[in-house]
Design a protein around this ligand. Structure first.
Ligand SMILES: NC(=O)N[C@H]1NC(=O)NC1=O
Length: 175
């Protein structure tokens, strides 16, 4: 079967082969193909909300080690992978939407320094839903959240992953 042209309806989501479901939803959580493997078994979904809820539940129910792994799979915002053109298409689009591809030299310096400092403290990258932010709110968040505890940042980071995931699903499924 050829790849479906997006967006697709919820009934099309329900009738995708397992393999197609995994490929269509394999990156709604950045580089975490396992989420689609788990969520596909919950079909059929009554509507878009039920589908989104299934991915959110996945993120809530996994062990803290797996949450940490998911956080670590995210690329830095305006980091090395962005500079090398090696982001996933989803992440590239999100970073562009926030204006992160248009940083001034000073903003880039502040982002690099703050990203490094954050990662050195927490052991995972700073994560924020770029599409719901602009450059300044991202820089502000990066500096403010540095003061949190690791436990707080795991919770906030996973909540941001949920927002990113929902917007990615909305790009795939008709609403
Ligand atoms: N580090 C980080 O927040 N990365 C993510 N945020 C987002 O909106 N897309 C990403 O890849």
């Amino acid at each position: 079967m050829a790849s479906p042209s997006l967006p697709i309806s919820i009934s099309e989501v329900n009738s995708l082969s397992d393999e197609k479901f995994e490929s269509v939803f394999g990156n709604v959580i950045e580089l975490c193909a396992d989420a689609a493997v788990v969520v596909k078994k919950k079909r059929p979904f009554q509507d878009l909300t039920a589908l989104c809820d299934a991915f959110q539940t996945y993120l809530e129910e996994i062990e803290v080690e797996d949450k940490l792994m998911i956080l670590k799979l995210h690329p830095d915002l305006a980091g090395r992978l962005a500079a090398q053109g090696e982001l996933t298409p989803e992440s590239a689009g999100e970073q562009k939407a926030a204006g992160l591809d248009q940083l001034t030299t000073e903003q880039k310096r502040v982002m690099d320094e703050s990203n490094q400092r954050y990662k050195a403290k927490f052991g995972f990258p700073f994560i924020i839903c770029a599409r719901e932010n602009k450059v300044q709110s991202i820089i502000d968040g990066l500096q403010r959240r540095y003061n949190n505890s690791q436990e707080q940042e795991i919770t906030i980071g996973i909540n941001e992953v949920k927002k990113i995931c929902k917007l990615r699903i909305l790009d795939i499924v008709k609403h």
